[in-house]
Design a protein. Structure first.
Length: 148
């Protein structure tokens, strides 16, 4: 079996994927930063960017909801989704995933911690992101890998 990676707006790409045909989804959507995100490779020959600006949190939630519904449709009954988010809208993602997958299908949350070098603001420093793990059913596959 060969893995495939798709690049593009998942809503358009999902239309061509049959129901119940995917084992695993990793979703890294916009984070509701209200900024245009920019990234250049090390050689700085190109710049990649995308707008992460929304009229409201409800517009953002609508964007996520229809995509998560489609992802749920293509997952096999033994499939899982890992949804990458941060503090700005993790509550929205969790609500949507609970609504579509069901609260009982929440399996775990991965906290991805990283270093920040300075803190010029008078508050706790944001130094982590979240990956929410849901399954489509209680018969999900999980392959444990140990690293020593």
């Amino acid at each position: 079996m060969q893995a495939k990676i798709y690049l593009g707006d998942c809503l358009e790409l999902l239309k061509g994927i049959p129901n119940s045909s995917v084992d695993l989804v990793y979703l890294d959507p916009p984070f509701f930063t209200q900024k245009t995100q920019k990234l250049s490779p090390r050689n700085r020959e190109r710049e990649f960017q995308f707008p992460d600006t929304w009229k409201s949190i409800n517009d953002y939630a609508g964007f996520l909801f229809i995509r998560v519904q489609e992802l749920h449709r293509i997952l096999r009954s033994s499939g899982s989704i890992f949804f990458h988010c941060d503090r700005k809208a993790s509550h929205v993602a969790r609500f949507i995933l609970d609504e579509i997958f069901g609260k009982r299908m929440f399996r775990s949350e991965i906290i991805w911690h990283y270093r920040r070098w300075s803190n010029s603001q008078r508050s706790l420093l944001p130094a982590h992101q979240n990956i929410l793990f849901y399954s489509k059913s209680s018969k999900y596959k999980f392959h444990e890998t140990r690293y020593y």
